[in-house]
Ligand binder design. Structure first.
Ligand SMILES: [Zn+2]
Length: 357
């Protein structure tokens, strides 16, 4: 063995052992892992804290409860029913997702998503359970169970990434109260549909809200025709009210929805497409593509498409931009997607796949 090679091996082993030491020093915590019947806990190495507990370059979790200290072994080991676990659990999942996106953003030459502040609260005090992300800098999440549904965390981080790419907040993208409610439904579909699709592609799981409110969850792999049978807000409100799991977890929201169903403030708005469900008209063909062509490819193409759409004008513009990006990968794929979008009542021009690579 030459001296150079021996020296190189020595340096390599030095690097490895440094990483190992860092890993051993990283804090431990208890997170929830969902199975069909509920969450079980598992002990994991948490991402390094940088600049404070539950804080690193990607995310910081705030509103940390009092008495939030590790046990004598240094582990943030709170059991499943202890609300404090929600903070550890969300930190772990959110960091992994933001770091996943940053590796893609780097490849796209886009700035990284950094310093996302996550506000956690228990229950449905913030209105719609799950979250209320208004900008890439601030994510709000509420939980019914400390092992917060990872599909809901992923949906909210999806919003943060989308808004980061656009460098805008929701209030800059969507006019509220709107002059045109139908336009709002389409714009909200782009917003919510994107968060659903990004969550589904990241997790490899098409049901959003699966663990927190299974019987009213959102399926990105659902056939929806926007013209003929788009599921309405009324339909989704009724699903939530009838859902035994949703009612158990979010009684205040159910009471609110029951009031709206009995006496709608905006009766015409109740018949508009529900943005979470109707967006499957764009999402289902993309989910199908991800299953057959690969999740990473579809994720990349979709991120390029949404980064190229600075305004929210609705499903047609979104689908058209997706086709333009897909055409750079494969004409056949682009044409297949185009047929599928049109079959779902999403208007796209016939020539978007022409002249592709
Ligand atoms: Zn959302």
């Amino acid at each position: 063995m030459s001296f150079v090679r021996a020296f190189a091996l020595f340096v390599c082993s030095l690097v490895l052992s440094t990483q190992e030491i860092m890993a051993l020093d990283s804090p431990m915590g208890m997170i929830g892992v969902w199975k069909t019947e509920g969450a079980t806990t598992t002990k994991v190495r948490l991402p390094e804290f940088q600049g404070g507990v539950l804080r690193n370059e990607a995310v910081s979790i705030v509103n940390i409860p009092t008495e939030f200290t590790p046990d004598e072994s240094g582990c943030f080991c709170f059991p499943t029913q202890d609300d404090r676990m929600a903070w550890v659990h969300t930190y772990y999942y959110a960091t992994a997702q933001v770091r996943h996106y940053n590796s893609i953003l780097k490849g796209l030459g886009q700035p990284e998503l950094r310093g996302v502040v996550i506000h956690l609260a228990k229950g449905d005090s913030q209105g719609e359970p799950g979250g209320g992300t208004m900008s890439s800098a601030e994510v709000a999440l509420s939980f019914a169970q400390p092992a917060l549904d990872p599909t809901i965390i992923a949906h909210e981080i999806g919003h943060a990434l989308h808004l980061h790419l656009l460098k805008k907040s929701v209030s800059e993208l969507i006019e509220y109260p709107p002059k045109d409610w139908r336009k709002l439904a389409g714009q909200s579909g782009v917003l919510e549909g994107t968060a659903n699709l990004l969550a589904a592609l990241y997790l490899g799981e098409p049901l959003i809200g699966k663990y927190d409110w299974f019987d009213a969850s959102i399926d990105v792999n659902r056939y929806v025709n926007l013209v003929e049978d788009a599921p309405t807000l009324r339909y989704q409100f009724e699903r939530k009210v009838k859902s035994s799991i949703y009612s158990k977890h979010y009684p205040a929201t159910v009471a609110l929805l029951q009031g709206w169903l009995a006496n709608p403030l905006m009766p015409e708005a109740m018949e508009l497409p529900d943005p979470y469900l109707a967006s499957a008209a764009v999402n289902q063909p993309l989910w199908g593509s991800a299953v057959s062509l690969g999740f990473g490819l579809v994720e990349m193409v979709y991120l390029k498409a949404i980064a190229g759409l600075p305004e929210f004008s609705g499903y047609s513009d979104l689908a058209s931009e997706v086709l333009r990006q897909a055409s750079l990968v494969s004409t056949a794929w682009c044409k297949d997607l185009s047929v599928q979008f049109r079959a779902r009542g999403v208007e796209v021009a016939a020539d978007l796949c022409d002249g592709a690579a």
